[in-house]
Design a protein around this ligand. Structure first.
Ligand code: UD1
Length: 426
């Protein structure tokens, strides 16, 4: 099984180009189901989760042609409306085919994802929204079976802010009859990116990026070309790494406007940050100061950045209190960071991190995607050798992370094993 071997204690210096956003690419790939014409995507990251999404679309009969840095999809010969358990269990975001399939083909059978390492993660809001649009839905043999000759526009108020829930309902609504209003919508930049892609395909959508999205249904969508937005979580991960190790890093092909909460926290920690339209330069020439942080839906602090900030706090001056409000079981990296010498007490959804002067390398185990990123950062700071096991989690959402880090001075290499898939994503 693949591991990362890290010799910690070296500052990072140089430049990294940020990849396309996983969480924008996945829904946009699924949006290809909404039209018979070709959707030509660029800036698609080369990740395990993207491979899984393409495999899923392939089994539905979507034509897939790889291009330089992207992929062209054509859903003119769809032969199946079933997303099988084998694929959905390896990637929960597979649920994103539900809305498009019902909207265009009047029918979908999508496996329920089942359990997840970071929390319960039900999909009841996706189902509730589709029912409100007139779909009849039953659960049969572990599958969500949805039927609707044509969805009808309506007003949907989701019980909580859900990112993929908002995306699924927005995709369903673009081909519905009449106007759909989604209240309490997720405001994440990835939702906005999906809306832009849909608009490029001929959809009529207002309010993406606010908590009230209005979709005016159209009879059909057409083909389009679209470039996926940069990955703000990948970018934030590298910035946390350099804030923890010290040094100076320039990120290119990035969207600083989507990263206010992370940049504010890193400034509070003592980093000097300069931003331009598509670059961020971070310098850190001191030990970081510990920060308090509470995860929240966008524009709050992203739960997907929580483990990385915790790693920085682990070596910071002072004590930082981290509160996780989105997922109920997202502190599994705490025990692993303690193996590296971190002083962290976690109770319920709060972790108190007392910064120590140094961490010491050890063998640790990744438990989910972003936890792995936190452990890599801790390993980059720790003295001596850290071995991060189960890095298939990392391969789901980071494109060649070890190569990017090695190019800015980290001593990091992959040892053994090929990537595999599991269900604990984010
Ligand atoms: C997305 C992101 C993930 C990120 C998360 C929160 C993708 C592919 N993944 O996941 O990286 O960590 O947003 O920012 O974009 N919930 C329900 N019922 C539902 C839907 C959600 O109870 O029907 C709950 C979840 O259990 C969770 C909260 O709502 O506690 C937010 O989850 P949600 O925003 O839906 O996360 P995902 O879209 O799965």
């Amino acid at each position: 099984m693949g591991k990362l071997k890290i010799e910690g204690g070296r500052p990072l210096r140089g430049e990294i180009a940020v990849s396309g956003a996983k969480n924008a690419a996945l829904p946009i790939l699924c949006a290809s189901l909404l039209s018979a014409d070709a959707l030509a995507l660029s800036n698609v990251p080369d990740l395990h989760d993207v491979e899984t999404a393409l495999r899923l679309l392939g089994t539905l009969g979507v034509g897939i042609r790889r291009t330089e840095g992207g992929v062209t999809l054509q859903a003119s010969g769809v032969t199946s409306v079933e997303a099988p358990y084998d694929l959905v269990k390896t990637m929960r975001a597979s649920i994103l085919v539900l809305g498009p399939l019902v909207a265009r083909f009047g029918e979908a059978r999508v496996s329920l994802p089942g359990g997840c390492a970071i929390g319960q993660r039900p999909v009841d809001q996706h189902i509730k929204g589709l029912q409100a649009m007139g779909a009849s839905i039953s659960i049969e043999h572990g599958y969500v079976v949805a039927k609707a000759p044509r969805l009808k526009g309506t007003r949907i108020v989701t019980d909580m802010v859900t990112v993929t829930g908002t995306e699924n309902l927005m995709m369903a609504a673009v081909l519905a009859d009449g106007e759909t209003v989604i209240e309490n919508a997720a405001r994440e930049p990835e939702v906005v990116d999906l809306a832009r892609a849909l608009v490029a395909m001929g959809a009529r959508i207002d309010g993406a990026g606010t908590d009230r999205i209005v979709v005016h249904g159209v009879a059909q969508l057409h083909g389009a070309e679209y470039a996926v937005m940069p990955d703000r979580i990948e970018a934030g991960t590298f910035l946390c790494a350099v804030a923890a190790t010290g040094g100076e890093l320039t990120l290119t092909r990035v969207m600083p406007d989507s990263m206010d909460a992370t940049l504010d926290k890193l400034r509070e920690a003592g980093a000097q940050i300069e931003t331009g339209a598509d670059f961020i330069r971070l310098s850190m020439f001191r030990r970081p100061k510990a920060v308090n942080m509470r995860t929240a839906p966008y524009p709050g602090f992203a739960t997907d950045m929580q483990a990385q900030i915790m790693a920085m706090n682990a070596v910071a001056e002072g004590t930082g209190v981290i509160t996780e409000t989105i997922f109920e079981n997202r502190f599994m990296h705490v025990l692993e960071m303690q193996r590296l010498g971190a002083d962290i007490t976690a109770e319920g959804n709060t972790a108190v991190v007392r910064g120590v002067e140094r961490l010491s390398g050890a063998a640790v185990m990744a438990t989910d995607l972003r936890a792995s990123a936190g452990l890599v950062i801790a390993g980059l700071v720790a003295e001596g050798e850290t071995l991060v096991d189960r890095i298939y989690h990392l391969d789901r959402g980071y494109e060649r992370m070890e190569r990017k880090l090695a190019s800015v001075g980290a001593r990091i290499e992959r040892v053994g094993g090929t990537p595999a898939a599991t269900a604990s994503e984010s």
